[in-house]
Structure formats: structure tokens, C-alpha cells
Design a protein around this ligand. Structure first.
Ligand code: AMP
Ligand code: GLY
Length: 446
């Protein structure tokens, strides 16, 4: 009884004085989150660690390493933080939510699952076994450990080219090798299982059937029982136009996705989203946070390519601009058990984002190049989210591979794209590269 009273008071306090939020991350995704959180009527102070050159006006920047939980805890106590939002997967897989749940020194809410739930992203084998156990459609697979190279190579016979080989653990989006050549597949298995490629992450591998179709990302926020489906998005992962060249973190995104029919979404809900949430309950895995479903539309059916335990980047840069309701209220209701009562309102406008990257990315690239043309324009319906930037002596410089995610909004995806490209024309830095064909594959662009 006493516990309930304290909880109520706590909630009222939040509404009354506002919440202090600590956002962990430094990419375009976190800039988009900071922008959206800063609009919240429930926000008192926003702290961002470590942030980037675009976020200074939105909150207090903190020089903190998200993987140093004790340092985060000291910061939380010093600044009376009520809620931590974890942008990327690494701190979640390493157990930041577990750490704060066990902490006697703070009572902060963490948006993001504990270690066990984060395994949906932290181990491809765990995710595949989970899907198999709960009858969730995914590509046929086999998994092997470092003492099973011979078996792994032999099992290639049970698959057809192209061969899909995945390092089991976190590999910064680089751990998936797709090849037509059986020799290259064999060499990849050798490199991962015995050669130390991808270090610990490659000591186990998943081999899976290649799926042909269209990719789409769906997102939910869940407390393990209730859930809200956020706007879906399509990400453009390859560096080159026409989806060629190396994989990147993502070179652009659009939302909504025109080929995502009502029927497909219903199938995704019934065959994938609900079984995943129920599966977590059955397996007694508590989950408070985002689930990112990387799906392949094969014919008219959805298959899971991957789960992530956080939002996507650059998908967040198109998903959040399409949410009208208060994002902090959503996060708060996750912690207070009132998620089912949250009213998720979607903006009818479409959004598109185009990433401006440093020449050379995803390989080696230069930084410290001055960026010009990022100026506020009240007549332009969009946001320039910073990904890899820094400010030095009041000037803006590049500080990463993906530098900016330029999001336009409009009545249609086509309008939104036009707006992004309009803005990009005005932004310059030496060696700036962006794909000029974001959205072109699915839109009849004149
Ligand atoms: P992942 O890191 O699992 O998302 O994989 C990276 C990319 O590889 C995905 O976005 C897909 O484009 C591709 N991919 C992964 N698994 C498969 C598969 N089974 N069939 C076809 N493409 C795949
Ligand atoms: N854009 C893909 C990801 O965030 O994993």
C-alpha cells in the first residue's frame, strides 16, 4: 500500500515539476530524440551524453561514457535524473538496465530492456532460437560454435547461394556476409570461427537461407504486455546509388513505406509483433523499451531478418517527426505502468531523411571539415539532425562518417524527399557525399 502511494506521488511530482532526463548517445537518432523530448510539456531538464554539435541548444551536454555505469550513476544522483533513455544497443546488451534496477542509490527509470531482452539483438542465435520456439516466421538457419568449423562448412550444402553468414554477437552492423561463392562462404566461416574476425562476436555463427523481397522496419514500444506501434520506415543501407556497394549504418530513410499495405501490417502484427511480445512473457523475459523489427516482405508475407533492442538510425529521424504526441509522456508511461493508456497520435505528414556523409565512409574518412549552410529557416518544413558533428569556436565541423541526416516533411513521401534535397543543396563541407536516389526505387520521381 505504501509502495503504491509513493508511486502515485512520484508520478504527480513528475507532472508537476517536470522530469529530468538523461539521453545517452551521440548520433542522428539521439538528436531526433532530443529534439522531440525538448518539445515535451513534462520535461524539466534534458541532459545529453555525450551528444554532438547539433544538440547544445536542446540540453546540457555531459562528458559521460554510457558503458561506464558507475559514472552514469554518479551523474544521475548529482543531477536528480528521473529517466534515462538509452539510444544504442551496446549499453543495453552490457546490462545498463539491470544495473539501475539493482542500484540502491537511485530509482531512475531506464527506457530499454535488460540484458536478457537485449539478447534479441545481442545474439543472432538467441534471436533465431526464440523465433523458432515461438513460431515466428524467419529464414531457415543453422548455428555453430568455434569448435564446429567442419560441421558449419558441411552445412553449406543444405543452403543455396547466395549464402548468408552472420556473426552471432554485436558487430556494429558489419557482421553479415552475403556471398554467391561457396569458397568465400567457407573462408568467412573460417575467418569468424577460427580466425578471430569480429572477435568474440564471430565465435559463433548463424548460416541462413537468403530471402528475396522488400525490406521494411517496424517499431514498437512495449512494457512486455501493452504496446504501441510506431510509424514504420524503410532504410537505405548501402553506400552506393541503386543499392550497391558496402553496407553502412543507413544512408537515408522514408516513412510511411508505400508498399506496406494494411493487409501486410495486419500479418506483421499477428504473425510477428504479438507472438514476439507473448514469447517474451512465456520465456519470462521482462521487456521495457523499443523493439525494432527488421522485416523482409516475401511475396505478401513478413519474415523477421533481425530484431534490435533500440530504435534505428536513420529511421528515428523519420519516425519521430511523424509522431504528434508527447514522447516523454510515452517514456514516462512505460515506467509508471500506464503504457496502455497512452494516446499515440500520428502526424499525417510524410517524412524522408537523406544522410550527408564524409567522403570515404564506411571506410576511412577525414574529419574536422567546416560545415556551412546549416541555418534555421522557418519556411522550410524539416529538421537537420546532426550525426557526426562538433562545434569548435562557434563553428561547426564534421566529426564522423555520417555527418547530418536532413529530414524533410511533406504531404507525400515525394514532397518530403524534395524538401530534404532542397536543403542539402544549401549545405556544404569538403568531401560531402549523399545518395541522390533515396526513395527513388519506390516512387515515380520525375
Ligand atoms: P542484419 O544485420 O541481420 O540486419 O543484416 C544486414 C542486412 O543483410 C539486412 O538488412 C539485409 O539486407 C541483409 N540480410 C540479412 N539476412 C538476410 C537474409 N536471410 N536474406 C536476405 N538478406 C538478408
Ligand atoms: N538503420 C539500421 C539500424 O539502425 O540498425
Amino acid at each position: 500500500m505504501k509502495f503504491r502511494t509513493i508511486l502515485c506521488l512520484r508520478t504527480e511530482t513528475h507532472y508537476f515539476y517536470g522530469m529530468n532526463v538523461l539521453l545517452l548517445g551521440s548520433g542522428g537518432r539521439e538528436h531526433a530524440m532530443a529534439w522531440k523530448l525538448s518539445e515535451s510539456s513534462m520535461l524539466r531538464d534534458l541532459h545529453i551524453a555525450p551528444g554532438n554539435g547539433g544538440m547544445h541548444e536542446l540540453g546540457t551536454m555531459a562528458d559521460l561514457d554510457a558503458m561506464d555505469f558507475q559514472a552514469v550513476e554518479r551523474y544521475v544522483r548529482r543531477h536528480k535524473i528521473d529517466l534515462i533513455v538509452v539510444g544504442s544497443e551496446a549499453p543495453l546488451v552490457a546490462g545498463i538496465s539491470d544495473y539501475f534496477e539493482a542500484s540502491q542509490k537511485t530509482s531512475v527509470t531506464v527506457v530499454g530492456p535488460k540484458k536478457q531482452g537485449a539478447m534479441l539483438e545481442g545474439s543472432k542465435e538467441f534471436a533465431k532460437n526464440f523465433m523458432q520456439r515461438h513460431n515466428i516466421p524467419t529464414a531457415r538457419y543453422a548455428s555453430f560454435g568455434s569448435d564446429q568449423l567442419a560441421e558449419a562448412v558441411q552445412s553449406l550444402d543444405a543452403f543455396q547461394a547466395p549464402y548468408v553468414i552472420k556473426a552471432d554477437g554485436l558487430a556494429g552492423g558489419k557482421g553479415v556476409i552475403i556471398t554467391e561463392s561457396k569458397k568465400e562462404a567457407t573462408d568467412t566461416l573460417k575467418a569468424m570461427l577460427e580466425g578471430g574476425a569480429f572477435k568474440e562476436a564471430g565465435k559463433r555463427v548463424v548460416i541462413e537461407e537468403f530471402l528475396t523481397g522488400q525490406e521494411v522496419s517496424m517499431f514498437v514500444m512495449t512494457d512486455g504486455k501493452s504496446y504501441h506501434i510506431l510509424p514504420s520506415a524503410k532504410d537505405y543501407k548501402r553506400i552506393g546509388e541503386g543499392d550497391t556497394g558496402l553496407n553502412t549504418g543507413g544512408m537515408g530513410a522514408i516513412s510511411p513505406v508505400p508498399y506496406l499495405s494494411e493487409e501486410f501490417q495486419q500479418k506483421a502484427l499477428n504473425q510477428i509483433i504479438i507472438p514476439t511480445i507473448k514469447g517474451l512473457t512465456k520465456d519470462e523475459i521482462p521487456y521495457h523499451g523499443f523493439i525494432f523489427f527488421g522485416l523482409m516482405k516475401v511475396g505478401s508475407d513478413p519474415y523477421v531478418i533481425e530484431y534490435n533492442c533500440r530504435m534505428g538510425d536513420p529511421e528515428t529521424e523519420v519516425v519521430l517527426p511523424r509522431i504528434k504526441s508527447d514522447l516523454l509522456h510515452l517514456f514516462e508511461s512505460l515506467g509508471s505502468g500506464l503504457l496502455s493508456e497512452y494516446d499515440l497520435e500520428i502526424d499525417e505528414r510524410a517524412a524522408a531523411t537523406v544522410v550527408m556523409a564524409s567522403e570515404g565512409y564506411p571506410g576511412a574518412y577525414e574529419t574536422n571539415r567546416e560545415i556551412k549552410g546549416v541555418v534555421e529557416d522557418p519556411n522550410w518544413d524539416g529538421m537537420v539532425f546532426h550525426a557526426g558533428t562538433k562545434i569548435s569556436r562557434r563553428k561547426l565541423y564534421t566529426n564522423g562518417g555520417r555527418v547530418l541526416a536532413v529530414t524533410g516533411r511533406g504531404a507525400t513521401v515525394e514532397d518530403a524527399l524534395k524538401r530534404s534535397y532542397e536543403k542539402i543543396e544549401k549545405i556544404t563541407f569538403e568531401g560531402a557525399y549523399c545518395r541522390m536516389d533515396i526513395g527513388a526505387d519506390i516512387l515515380d520521381l520525375a
